[in-house]
Ligand binder design. Structure first.
Ligand code: ADP
Length: 492
């Protein structure tokens, strides 16, 4: 079979039922990247839930350290296949090759990290107010988990949801974004090639709305982990509440960097560029606002103007490219109209990079004279657009920083401990970076936001265990007290 003719993975088999759909290269939309079947009526999704349900008892009772072997091997296979996966990621999603390599490396690291977590304690032991009683807690699998992912990290986000789901004994129905079926299939292939038993992870290519109704309901999944837009996330949250389905949402961001007057401006500019224009701004943690305190405004603006003019848009496979295309024609048109509206509202376009004629490119844009009330300062753009806002002092900078509904990630550039400390505590975000870009996440650290950016739970690190397991409390009564509290076992 042609490796770019994809299939759903249900139970132990690849299936190709549904309407054949084209997966194209956003840098060159005439170029076919893969063909995949689309489950328009939810039949395959329902089969996937049934396959995951059937595989659950055996997988849940498999010792966690054995489950971890699959993850270790898959992490190794992804590392071995990194170069071809990165090239496919570039062609399918459009991020520059260095970023694609980093994402593939991260997927491998996430699998290995969660494999390691299998050796951790699975609960705690407690005393009791009663004589002869000990109590303990056990973390047990949730059941069947629906994993719904976006296109912007087509292998890392599936890894960071599916690796903890399966290492903690759950089975999965994985529904990737319509724009990135190839990397989703490659991720599942790595698990299959690593000996994952049939039905543990089931992959379905399906349109969004069909997914929500097939997965959430009386015969649906027990939990959903979703990363995507606020509109869809909120709709899923309501449906999940009615169905008593556990849910976790990672939504948008409007992340800001605050630059204090004492900051290292060179470092700030370097990191703002990475945060704002990496992946053409198509990250929930992208920097989309710079809040410049006092006298830092002018020097920052000058340096950023020069730096943005030096960015290079082009073929993501070319190592010299720093700006790749956006994911679709619609995305490019949407960003373009938001920039036009900002300029009409009084913002100044200070720098724009040139872009190729073909493909869904949007120039990197730097906007000055931005007012905190403007839409461009409040709404997520998901494109290569950076707004610079002045603030008279740190208090005002913090007020502007916290004035948006989103609260994912924020950064402060300063060499002063008091300034750093103040920002760290007062910023209404789930992730703070000090003297570093707003984007970036390591698998052992909790990830998620405040306000409109997440539901209350966090992903990754120890936080993942709390979502992907449920707690059972066990009272051990009637124990021979002497055996537990025997003083002869104490002392020398
Ligand atoms: P984006 O704007 O980043 O594409 P979306 O929220 O539209 O974000 O999509 C993120 C993921 O959610 C994709 O896999 C998409 O297919 C899926 N999705 C969209 N609508 C629904 C829905 N009603 N129910 C479940 N999943 C959905």
């Amino acid at each position: 079979m042609d490796p770019t003719t994809l299939g759903h993975r249900i139970g132990g088999a690849w299936r190709q039922d549904g309407e054949w759909t084209r997966d194209t290269n956003p840098a060159d939309p005439d170029q076919l990247v893969a063909r995949f079947p689309m489950d328009h009526d939810g039949t395959v999704l329902r089969d996937a839930v049934a396959a995951a349900r059937a595989a659950l008892p055996e997988w849940a009772r498999t010792p966690a350290l054995q489950r971890a072997e699959v993850l270790f091997r898959a992490g190794g296979l992804i590392a071995e296949r990194a170069e071809s996966l990165a090239a496919e990621l570039c062609r399918e999603e459009g991020k520059p090759i260095a970023e694609a390599r980093a994402e593939v490396g991260r997927a491998s690291a996430i699998l290995r990290y969660f494999a390691g977590r299998a050796a951790d304690e699975i609960g705690h032991v407690y005393g009791s107010a009663q004589h002869g009683t000990r109590a303990l807690t056990l973390q047990q699998p949730l059941g069947v988990v629906g994993v719904i992912t976006p296109w912007n990290f087509p292998i890392a986000i599936p890894a960071w949801k599916i690796a903890p789901a399966i290492v903690y004994g759950n089975t999965v129905v994985f529904k990737p974004a319509e724009a990135t079926p190839l990397l989703a299939a490659r991720f599942v292939e790595a698990l299959v090639d690593s000996g994952m038993p049939p039905g543990v992870v089931n992959l379905v290519f399906a349109p969004g709305p069909v997914t929500g109704s097939a997965l959430i309901g009386p015969s649906g999944v027990d939990a959903i982990s979703f990363t995507g837009s606020n509109a869809v996330g909120r709709r899923l949250e309501v449906a999940a509440a009615e169905a008593h389905c556990k849910i976790q949402l990672e939504l948008g961001g409007k992340n800001a960097v605050v630059v204090a007057e004492d900051a290292d401006f060179d470092r700030a500019v370097e990191h703002v560029l990475l945060g704002a224009f990496g992946s053409s701004g198509q990250k929930c943690t992208a920097t989309s606002r710079v809040i410049a305190v006092g006298s830092s405004y002018r020097p920052l603006l000058d340096r950023l103007t020069a730096a943005v003019a030096g960015l290079r848009a082009g073929d993501p496979l070319d190592p010299a490219t720093t700006i790749g295309p956006l994911i679709s024609a619609d995305a490019a048109a949407r960003v373009s109209s938001r920039v036009a509206a900002a300029v009409a509202a009084g913002a100044t376009s200070l720098a724009r990079t040139d872009v190729p004629d073909r493909g869904w490119f949007h120039p990197a844009v730097l906007l000055g004279d931005v007012d905190p009330g403007m839409a461009v300062a409040r709404e997520e753009l998901f494109g290569p657009v950076l707004a610079v806002l002045p603030a008279t002092d740190l208090d005002e900078a913090l007020a502007v920083h916290n004035s948006v509904g989103f609260g994912l990630s924020g950064a402060i550039f300063s060499r002063d401990l008091a300034t750093v400390s103040r920002f760290t505590h007062a910023a209404r975000v789930g992730i703070v970076h000090v003297n570093g870009q707003t984007a970036g996440a390591e698998p052992h650290l909790p990830f998620g936001g405040m306000g409109d950016s997440s539901s209350w739970s966090r992903e990754q690190g120890r936080a993942a265990e709390l979502f992907y397991t449920q707690t059972k409390t066990v009272y051990l009564d009637g124990l021979p007290e002497a055996g537990l509290f025997d003083h002869t076992a104490s002392g020398r």
